[in-house]
Design a protein around this ligand. Sequence first.
Ligand code: CTP
Length: 399
Amino acid sequence: MLKNKKILLGVCGSIAAYKTASLTRLLKKEGAEVKIIMTPDALNFITPLTLSTLSKNPVLVNYFKKNTGEWNNHVELGLWADLMLVAPVSANTLSKFAIGLCDNLLSAIYLSARCPVFLAPAMDMDMLQHPSTQKNLKTLTEFGNTIIKPGFGELASGLNGEGRMAEPEEIIQFLKDIVYINTPLSGKKALVTAGPTYEAIDPVRFIGNHSSGKMGFAIANELAVLGASVTLITGPVSLSIVNSSINRIDVTSAEEMFEAVSKSFDESSIIIMSAAVADYKIDNPSSIKIKKSELNFDLHLTKTIDILTTLGKQKTKDQILVGFALETNNEEENAIEKLKSKNLDFIVLNSLNDKGAGFKSDNNKITIIDKQLNKNVFDLKSKNLVAADICRKIVELIK
Ligand code: CTP
């Protein structure tokens, strides 16, 4: 669950910093990518060499790289991370975070980070119970940060009480539980198709359609955000994938799309066919450019394979199969007919009659109709939000 997660690990000056070594090792074992930032005080407790060796990344302490004229860009680091964990976080750093004081690299990154932040305090019990520390913890919780509660036991001060940093294994479990809640599709494989297909007439001409691929790309991205490992098979589009974990496969014709889909179908538990696949192809595309010698010119077309209908026949009970229906008239009736004939779990209906929605637009207006014929009509919204609605339905079905 922490696999490929980009984690910024902050380390403050506390005797518990020795535990950061095994915490780093466990994070790496989970498959996370770890970048460590130490406060200058933390250097008194553990060496950057130990942590850079374990994290396999240079450890950062200062804004400026010595005698190079270069600096460590805190904004870039803050944006890089999927989550930020400060373990141990000292009373001093907690108070800086609470008031926005920014006097070292770690506090600057904290202010720049847009990702969820987790704080694992470690300090003497009286410091922890002091009203100012308690107030800071409350403030940070109100900011949306999550406190990983310290444990009870013998403290470095010789006192017995609350203040020991949570054990590395507990912190890992805590993060995994949280990540699981936020990524309900972790461990699932998803297959998404997007864009148009082009059917060749000759080497320079084709039959295509206006699909931009935006809807399918937004769905692929949302599935990846929810933790699925996504293969996106796309016809010719001018879009880039946002999430680098998505496996993108480019195809041109319906036949190529079918071949690519067939290769990934069996291993996928979520399949969403949002591509606008051509229904007809040219019988015998010319291998050379056709000249305009004739006054009239006929094209003979034959049906392409209906990919979704084929998948519907092969689908097992553990697979969720979703199709799209783009209609101009008798919208619901046609969509229900496709839902049944293609053996889908649900169908996403778009109507070309809805103003502001459609092929090239950034917005869409959909109705989801499921197998039990439950109907959910959504407002016009951005394709990213539409993708979130579609994926919410997937998560519901999986649960
Ligand atoms: N589809 C497919 N293979 C095709 C045609 C369509 O997999 N050759 C899929 C689309 O990706 C979509 C669904 O089938 O998820 C419905 O596509 P649509 O074009 O609306 O319907 P068709 O079945 O092609 O019927 P018609 O064009 O007659 O409305």
